[in-house]
Design a protein around this ligand. Structure first.
Ligand SMILES: [Zn+2]
Length: 257
């Protein structure tokens, strides 16, 4: 069984000092590929370096909405340059999007998001989307931009109708630890009905702990537990779900199997 953690921050503090060991323990549970999204200009070089050191690591470059206060607008030109000279395992733009819970003006978030959409179009790359209480606005902006290269809506939680709008725009949905919580009823019901052909798995480590592991950093080695829950919701066996999400992950990011 081969698994792809399509969203984890392995360059963050809990892992940074000992990445090789963390990759090994993930690999022992079947996690063979991982996508590390960028936060902003401060971690781009680090991600590129990690992908050169470890063949299982893919990465995205972009501006995470949480960290925009630290970014100057010239950084968009720097992103364009970085992408133009990207390594072969830089496969997407992101993570980028809109977050209504963070104290950064929405106008600034939208400006950075639209710049990244333009770069993704120019370089024909998929995007890793971050959305919190902003799904409808993101859908509106993506439609207005006529964005056609798809990608992954990371950390999906929401309704079936919202999910299908992203799927109609060519996006896959990143399914994470939220489905391990019985109280996440709406999301679990949506995930049960969504087409398996549009789903991928993610841990968002060190965030989004699974049920039973609250209070400790999440880890890519827990991806098989999310797979297990997805299988139950979709009423499919592990192997079928694993094969499908592996194929979907590579398709979403234009990676050869
Ligand atoms: Zn993230």
């Amino acid at each position: 069984m081969r698994l792809f953690d399509t969203h984890c921050h392995l360059d963050f503090a809990p892992f940074a000092a000992n990445i090789e060991q963390h990759l090994q323990s993930a690999q022992q549970t079947g996690v063979e590929r991982l996508l590390l999204p960028a936060t902003g200009v401060e971690n781009w070089s680090r991600l590129a370096l990690l992908s050169e050191q470890f063949p299982s690591i893919y990465y995205a470059l972009g501006f995470h909405p949480y960290f925009l206060a630290q970014q100057s607008h010239d950084a968009v030109a720097a992103l364009d340059e970085k992408i133009a000279s990207r390594g072969s395992r830089c496969v997407a733009i992101g993570e980028c999007g809109l977050d209504a819970m963070v104290d950064i003006p929405m106008a600034q978030q939208e400006a950075f998001f639209l710049d990244q959409v333009a770069l993704a179009k120019q370089h024909r790359l998929p995007m890793i989307l971050h959305a919190r209480k902003t799904h409808n606005r993101l859908i509106q902006l993506l439609k207005q931009s006529r964005f056609e290269y798809g990608g992954i809506l990371h950390g999906f939680s929401g309704s079936y109708q919202q999910a299908m709008q992203f799927i109609d725009l060519g996006f896959y949905l990143g399914i994470g630890g939220v489905i391990t919580y019985p109280r996440a009823n709406k999301t679990r019901q949506a995930v049960a009905q969504l087409p398996l052909s549009s789903l991928v798995l993610e841990t968002d480590a060190p965030d989004m702990p699974l049920m039973g592991y609250q209070g400790e950093p999440n880890h890519p080695k827990r991806l098989p537990m999310i797979l297990e829950h997805l299988g139950q919701l979709q009423q499919q066996d592990r192997q079928t779900v694993a094969e499908n999400v592996w194929r979907n992950s590579n398709l979403a990011l234009n990676i050869c199997e």
